[in-house]
Design a protein around this ligand. Structure first.
Ligand SMILES: [Zn+2]
Length: 265
């Protein structure tokens, strides 16, 4: 568990800044090649429409289909709870940000596919949402995870020893270590989600933890896994049956995302 950590977003902001510039350059090129040189009758392209670059948020409602996740003592399934939370977050944030869900109904999605969706959309933030089924169904309370590399500290290559192969010819970063580029920003995101969720829900506070997480390890952006609560506990299942609690959780995570983008424009 972590105590309060003060994390600067400056490095992330720099890389994000260059990422935004890179996207703008590509968009400009696309606009340029898509306008016929002699087509004087072509519809003018609005630069504001073509060049709007909104922050991208990918939300991952855990489980789905044949995998219910945790199931509460009275039968409430985690897959149902987390989809409701993700859909409410999308509703709150869509006017401001581009929001995608890894699943939008009750079907199964491979873990690797969930990360691929985030990378495909070049998300600025990836949040996997759970309610007690990611790490077994024990315990209770709200807990936020960020990724720690598998085998970290047991002789594996430290992330810092990987070079930028396209610049230096050094060995490239393996996909399973990509999240290591974003650890500081993921910690900041975890801290914000934790602060807002515990402020809104008054849950048992199980804190912030780091752990090897398959769904986050190949995510090439700041990413966290949120356990809103633990359905296996009767009192927490009773809370998660209330629509106002689902809305409060969605509101809290949305506020954390907004604050993150304020800190990391
Ligand atoms: Zn889960």
């Amino acid at each position: 568990m972590l105590s309060w950590v003060s994390i600067s977003c400056r490095n992330y902001a720099m890389s994000d800044h260059w990422g935004a510039i890179s996207r703008l350059v590509w968009l400009l090129l696309l606009v340029w090649v898509s306008v016929p040189i002699s087509a004087s009758s072509a519809q003018p392209i609005s630069p504001t429409e073509e060049l709007s670059v909104r922050k991208v948020v990918v939300l991952d409602p855990g489980h789905g289909g044949h995998d219910p996740g945790a199931v509460g003592p009275s039968g409430l399934a985690e897959k149902v709870v987390v989809l409701s939370v993700a859909q409410e977050i999308r509703e709150i944030l869509s006017p401001t940000y581009e929001v995608h869900l890894t699943r939008d109904d009750d079907y199964s999605v491979d873990i690797e596919r969930r990360t691929e969706v985030a990378n495909h959309y070049r998300a600025n933030i990836f949040i996997s949402i759970h309610a007690g089924g990611a790490f077994g169904h024990q315990g209770r309370g709200t807990v936020i995870f960020y990724h720690r590399r598998r085998n970290a500290g047991s002789g594996s290559t430290p992330y810092r020893q990987y070079g930028n192969s396209w610049e230096t010819g050094e060995k490239p970063i393996p996909w399973e270590d990509i999240q290591g580029k974003h650890t500081a920003e993921s910690q900041l995101l975890a801290e914000l989600v934790h602060r807002h969720l515990t402020g809104k829900l008054s849950p048992v506070d199980a804190g912030i933890r780091e752990a090897p997480l398959l769904v986050l390890e190949s995510a090439d952006m700041p990413a966290v896994l949120v356990e809103i609560a633990h359905l296996s506990h009767p009192a927490e299942e009773a809370q998660l049956r209330k629509p106002e609690v689902i809305s409060a959780a969605a509101q809290a995570i949305s506020e954390a995302i907004k604050e993150y983008f304020k800190d990391c424009p």
